[in-house]
Design a protein around this ligand. Structure first.
Ligand code: CTP
Length: 480
């Protein structure tokens, strides 16, 4: 039964804890802007009950050794692949404990995971044979990462709604650790708006998702829903433990934008007063370039129309320079015909001088009054003339009534999504490496307020919405 694994079991199972308290605290903060509480300091032991709990365990090497990971297994045909996830984490030196749903036990027995992990596998924490009667609390509060693979539609729905009716769901609620889930289910179930809504909710709650693969399913249908490669799930988990997040490979999003052509505007426009002066703003172009980088890494072909920028453009994307609102508009209208997604991240000046002086304006003793006129609204124009299938995403940089103003822009400019920035928040907005965004989409009432994150992470979250909107759109098409 255990054949095929080259590492002796004991070497994977006897682990200790060392030097992780700092990470525990920062991970807990990372997961949960809404965190209820988190454990400070290093727990003495990883308190999932184990058969060897009295052994004095030697500390492992720093890095990933002895990092405490909870692996949850829910009931789908892919449950057997959780064995590979367990083994991959153990090979990296992680101390893994397993919890299962009752249905998962129909597919793989707890004995398999117990033999491999060397620890009691909790299915029902109220069961008489459970060594720890409040395992969902002790277990959940001493792990550094909670991985669920496979995550069924049912489990995802329970996580999204905060239902706590078994060990895994109680563990999810009782834990402040970051969470990684790898969904696996029938294609129709995955694409159902309810599941997509639940996944979006989990993303908004800070849960990382390793997107399922597309291919032939056990039920014979073909489409997305197959559990992602266990190696990718392990890689995503290890990256989370190392504190890396955000890239497509890290998140296991794969090439989910293959076939899309993403057109992005970025940077500041410059509206010239005379040959040496202009009106502009502080935009660095970093956010739009991050969207371009993220889209490229997920398989899209990408064109960026960039105004003035101080951030570097990513590799692999086509960049067209257009400094004024007028020239940016012309460049965008020239490109949008072949685009499938338009993301307007540029900080376009709303006004420009009504006339540009041909010569440098001279200084006089009297005051100078400038006459300004509106610039073309590129985003509104693209949205107004859009052809079928083009997704249009705008940004809303606000300093007050952020959600109301952003929702108003969504409606007025007839957008698929708006990325709202509260410019008053630390770490948000212009010329920073980070951002704090709230996502509003045309199909969802509730805005999704995301915590402080890198602009690349934020870009991936925006593109996750593109993928979701695309999937829900094509599902509606099929239902017609
Ligand atoms: N935008 C654009 N062309 C303009 C002005 C804005 O394409 N001339 C786009 C921006 O790239 C952004 C969105 O419109 O995606 C919102 O820009 P913002 O300046 O926040 O909103 P406005 O509609 O200009 O409204 P206001 O400045 O009054 O908030």
């Amino acid at each position: 039964m255990l054949g095929g694994f080259e590492t002796p079991l004991e070497s994977s199972l006897r682990v200790g804890i060392s030097g992780v308290s700092g990470q525990v605290e920062s991970y807990h903060k990372l997961r949960a802007p809404h965190a209820r509480c988190y454990i400070r300091g290093t727990p003495e032991r990883f308190s999932m009950p184990t058969e060897e709990s009295n052994d004095p365990l030697p500390a492992r090497a720093p890095g990933l050794a002895a990092r405490r990971v909870a692996l949850g297994v829910s009931g789908g045909i892919a449950a057997y692949k959780a064995v590979e996830v367990l083994r991959g984490l153990q090979r990296a030196g992680c101390d893994v404990r397993v919890g299962m749903t009752k249905r998962a036990c129909e597919f793989v027995t707890p004995l398999t995971f117990r033999a491999l992990s060397g620890s009691h596998v909790v299915v029902d924490d109220y069961a008489p044979d459970n060594p720890d009667p409040i395992a969902h609390i002790t277990f959940s509060q001493t792990v550094e990462l909670f991985v669920v693979a496979p995550a069924t539609a049912n489990l995802i729905a329970k996580f999204a709604c905060g239902v706590a009716d078994d060990f895994l769901t109680s563990t999810y609620l009782a834990s402040n650790a970051p969470v990684l889930i790898a969904p696996a289910m029938n294609t129709t179930m995955l694409l159902h708006p309810a599941t997509q809504r639940n996944l979006a909710r989990l993303r908004a709650d800070g849960v990382r998702i390793v997107e399922p693969d597309a291919g032939e399913m056990a039920c014979g249908t073909v489409g997305p829903g197959r559990l992602s490669d266990p190696g990718l799930i392990v890689a995503a988990a290890l990256d989370m433990l190392r504190g890396i997040s955000g890239s497509a490979t890290v998140e296991g999003r794969g090439r989910d934008l293959a076939g899309e052509h993403v057109l992005v505007t970025t940077g500041a426009t410059r509206e010239e007063l005379d040959p040496v002066r202009f009106i502009s703003n502080h935009s660095s172009g970093r956010m739009g370039f991050a969207v371009a980088e993220a889209a490229h890494s997920r398989g899209a072909s990408v064109t960026v129309v960039a105004g003035a920028t101080s951030a570097p453009a990513p590799g692999g994307v086509r960049v067209i320079r257009a400094l004024s609102a007028e020239s940016m508009r012309d460049a965008v209208l020239g490109e949008v015909g072949s685009a499938t997604v338009f993301v307007a991240a540029a900080a376009v000046a709303d006004y420009r001088p009504a006339a540009r002086a041909a010569e440098k304006i001279k200084k006089f003793d009297s005051s100078l009054t400038l006459s300004l006129e509106p610039t073309p609204d590129i985003l509104a124009e693209v949205s107004r003339d859009r052809r079928e299938g083009l997704l249009v995403i705008g940004f809303a940089a606000e300093t007050e009534r952020v959600v109301e103003n952003a929702r108003e822009k969504l409606r007025r400019k007839n957008l698929d999504a708006v990325v709202a920035n509260d410019l008053t928040q630390d770490g948000a907005g212009f010329d920073t490496e980070t951002n704090v965004i709230t996502l509003l989409t045309r199909d969802r009432e509730e805005p999704a307020a995301l915590p402080l994150m890198s602009k690349l992470d934020a870009a991936h979250r925006i593109l996750d919405e593109v993928v979701r909107l695309r999937r829900s759109g094509s599902q509606k098409e099929r239902r017609k």
